[in-house]
Ligand binder design. Structure first.
Ligand code: C2O
Ligand code: CU
Length: 524
């Protein structure tokens, strides 16, 4: 079913309009055999030949410099623009990039130091910036209808009318996002969040790292400098002309939705790390800190070192989405769903100098099994450590919860069509599905039919239980996204502290999100 939906149908009026977005997902989950699929997504195959693996070095995104700083804050500017990147040898692939690069520049903040980022939109479509994992006041959180319209575009009636009818706060050309970052050291990331188009925008390149550092982390002696690597892992597919393929119903990005079964999630057949297809990295035979981020639209990974170091446990997890774990956790493999971060230390000193070590995706096959390669170099001095106690974070007692809520993330009917729903309802910017009191502790039970990585804005939570048993191997620490696999039930506990206002919670499979699997809570 590829029926095009007219803009009038889509944005007819508030609720009905939001409902119709889900209509783009017509029949989707029903036509696909889900059994054994490790991700809720359908493969898009490249028409352009893909390069051989491990021929190009890993790129590390540049760290952004503030344009000015004063006693209270650091100020940054980013220009969102169309650019080109050589992802395929000799081919200039068009991208949408923060400052024209993918990933965008890395922003580094001190915990508690106000960081103001002015984004200028020179793209041919509206944009919205969300700092994922940030404890951010609502006006800077990147609400999906708070559009930044393209700079200098005179006839923007289509976009403007749509959003203003939904009472979004419209900016023309640029917008300042202010982040208090009153939170622990953590690996955050920023990405586009435009209603109905997050999948298409992020696919084109609108994603970057934003790291928060603090004294607790600095005192640990974890690997740093060029032994600390942010690794943004995505999958993409390339058209015959070398552009990144995306099965959008409307490539001009006025009407949302993707074709056919891709409404269940878009997966590519090439794996990129920091924008490079299957890169390699030469590393001295010492400890490295790898900040793993799955920025894929819908693909899940099971990441492992191949070969594993003698004795195993090669991936030593030191942090999760929301910052340091209390104690390191040794893994042979890490399952990572879209938007999750795992902060790990790998000691390449456990390998022979000269050895090649692959980071593989054990639930991929062929090319999607490969991620990147490390070429282990000489043994050199290593002053880094991984202390047995990393942090003493707070524990929320279940008895302190003042409310229990339950949400079901499932496919379902929207009118006569199928879509992705929260408790049977499509996204509506004006409906609040929870109104926690500011500062209150609550327990939320989240249930799924398929793979739905569920993300809460504003807060971090810990997993209390999975399928009524103890949390699983990959649930440790403070998180903002939790990996729900088909027919699972996860309980999380969180305190709704920070700021009053409207915030999202949603599935971070970007095609599900774009096709209405989002809802609001309001802290009061
Ligand atoms: Cu990473 Cu609401 O998003
Ligand atoms: Cu989902």
């Amino acid at each position: 079913m590829t029926a095009r939906i007219s803009r009038r149908t889509l944005f007819g009026a508030g609720l009905a309009g939001a409902g119709a977005i889900a209509a783009a997902g017509v029949g989707v989950p029903l036509g696909v055999n889900w059994r054994g699929n490790p991700s809720a997504g359908v493969l898009l195959t490249s028409d352009h030949p893909l390069p051989e693996a491990y021929r190009r070095p890993l790129a590390v995104p540049p760290v952004l410099r503030p344009v000015r700083t004063d006693g209270g804050a650091d100020y940054y500017e980013i220009i969102q623009r169309v650019a080109r990147a050589e992802m395929l040898p000799g081919v200039q692939t068009p991208i949408w990039g923060y400052d024209g690069i993918f990933p965008g520049p890395t922003v580094i903040s001190r915990s508690g130091r106000r960081t103001v980022v002015k984004h200028r939109n020179e793209l041919p479509a509206p944009s919205v910036v969300h700092l994922h994992g940030g404890r951010t006041p609502p006006e800077s959180d990147g609400y999906p209808i708070d559009l930044v319209l393209p700079a200098g575009v005179r006839d923007d009636s289509a976009w403007g009318a749509t959003a203003s009818r939904m009472h979004g706060e419209i900016s023309r050309g640029e917008r300042e996002y202010a982040y208090p970052l009153d939170q622990r050291a953590a690996t955050l990331w920023y990405h586009d969040h435009r209603m109905g188009f997050t999948g298409a925008s992020v696919w084109r390149g609108l994603a970057g790292f934003h790291l928060v550092r603090d004294d607790e982390e600095a005192a640990l002696g974890l690997p740093s400098g060029d032994r600390e690597l942010p690794l943004m892992i995505v999958d993409r597919a390339f058209a015959a002309d070398g552009s990144m393929q995306y099965p959008a119903l409307d490539p001009t990005m006025v009407e949302p939705g993707v074709r056919d079964h891709w409404a269940s999630g878009v997966m590519g057949d090439a794996i990129l790390v920091n924008g490079v297809i299957w890169p390699y990295r030469e590393v001295p035979a010492v400890r490295h800190r790898l900040r793993l981020l799955n920025a894929s639209n819908s693909r899940r990974y099971r990441l492992a070192l191949d070969p594993p170091p003698p004795g195993g446990g090669g991936l030593v997890q030191v942090g999760a989405d929301g910052g340091l774990l209390d104690r390191p956790l040794r893994h042979d493999a890490i399952e990572i769903a879209p938007a999750e971060r795992f902060d790990v230390v790998v000691d390449f000193g456990r390998y022979r100098p000269g050895q090649a070590v692959e980071l593989v995706n054990e639930i991929g096959s062929g090319g999607t099994r490969r991620v990147m390669q490390f070429r282990v170099g000489d043994r050199v001095a290593d002053g880094s450590r991984v202390p047995e106690v990393l942090s003493r974070s707070e524990t929320l007692a279940p008895a302190s919860a003042v409310a229990h809520r339950q949400f079901r993330f499932r496919t379902g009917r929207v009118g006569t069509m199928a879509g992705w729903l929260t408790d049977g309802r499509p996204f509506d910017p004006h409906r609040f599905d929870a109104t926690p009191e500011l500062g209150a502790t609550e327990i939320w039970t989240l249930q799924s039919d398929f793979h739905h990585p569920i993300h809460l804005h504003l807060v971090h939570f810990t997993v209390l239980s999975r399928n009524r048993k103890a949390p699983a191997e990959f649930d440790a620490g403070w998180k903002d996204t939790v990996d729900l696999r088909p027919n699972e039930e996860v309980q999380v506990i969180t305190r709704f502290s920070g700021y009053r206002g409207r915030y999202l919670f949603h599935c971070h499979n970007l095609e599900h999100e774009d096709m209405a699997m989002m809802a609001n809570f309001r802290t009061t």
